[in-house]
Design a protein around this ligand. Sequence first.
Ligand SMILES: NC(=O)c1ccc[n+]([C@@H]2O[C@H](COP(=O)([O-])OP(=O)(O)OC[C@H]3O[C@@H](n4cnc5c(N)ncnc54)[C@H](O)[C@@H]3O)[C@@H](O)[C@H]2O)c1
Length: 353
Amino acid sequence: MAEQHRIDCLYLSQEDLLAAGCLDLNLAMTAAEDAMLAFRNDRIMFPEKIVQIFDDDTQERINCLPATLLDERICGMKWVSVFPMNPVRHGSQNLSAVVVLSEIEQGFPIALMDGTLCSNMRVGAMGGVAAKHFARPDSESIGFIGAGEQAKMHLIAMKTVIPGLNECRVSSLYEHEERQFADEMGALFADIDFTCVGNDGRAAMDGADILVTATSAQAPLLKAAWMKPGAFYSHIGGWEDEYAVAAQCDTIVCDDWETVKHRTQTLSRMYKDGELTDDDIAADLVEVVAGEKHGRTSADERVYFNAVGLAYVDVAIAHAMYQRAEQAGLGQPLALQEQMIFEHQNLSDVIRM
Ligand SMILES: NC(=O)c1ccc[n+]([C@@H]2O[C@H](COP(=O)([O-])OP(=O)(O)OC[C@H]3O[C@@H](n4cnc5c(N)ncnc54)[C@H](O)[C@@H]3O)[C@@H](O)[C@H]2O)c1
């Protein structure tokens, strides 16, 4: 009888997820597309996130982001910390996350898992879905300002969508970061030529087919003159480009413009400064995924994509990873409890009053 009150859940480390083949941007993009369509069909519960900021200057924070996938009957939560000074102060990553997944039959947790991989893959996946519709399929060169974790995952996403990419130029504040980027990415992509250009945004971006900014800066680093006709730009960080970049783009697409406009991205700033209106936004990505709006229409079109992150997509990707890892028999089963509290025979020995 007591056995039926046992609650099991699966613990999945980042290494378990990698061993299960979860570093798969196609898996993440499919999960992201399905989740966006489900959200549009009211099949996702997505309450407000909870934010706790510990330092207004550095924006060190830990956020709690819940969402429920009604069709999968999965409720999840991403608990994510963002400490932008970590790379400089500690040589460690800026973002780390944990995901909890629960079923909603009895409401019990089924997984406790690393969320850093799925969080970074979500950023890459959204850029990848956008690139699928808006980058030129014959793109060969990609430029980065920022050489951190998001930049690396974005390169994997872009290469997944556009296998012909063969040239990558990277710029950041520190030479060692660029070298690390080139070494780590070079080990994955032997057919890409990497060039570290130093802290010279122009050398990284000028004339590239695809441009990515993924920095912790708050400054207009990317200049409009460097973005050639036909280029696709994925903007990941906060304020990273001069207003003229978006102003000259033919098409601006967001993951969710209503969310973007209340944040502090370049587009949000332009909106607040009266430099951009609702009418300037061509589409939310889901409208394109649903086939209601079109992707790129001409070879010369400049396209600007900005995603600020929709945590239900993280939960959907985490769930897809959990399923793959579980099928592969990876992870450690954890018993959260063997019995209900008062079924334990030894309570009189352990109770303290
Ligand atoms: N859009 C989203 O959904 C989303 C999700 C997660 C993170 N982010 C944002 O993405 C950005 C990058 O995150 P990360 O984890 O890769 O950070 P990171 O700290 O690993 O990397 C930041 C990079 O920016 C570079 N940089 C900072 N200032 C610069 C400057 N003035 N000129 C050139 N390069 C500069 C650094 O040298 C470093 O290479 C952050 O702003 C983060 O908040 C966005």
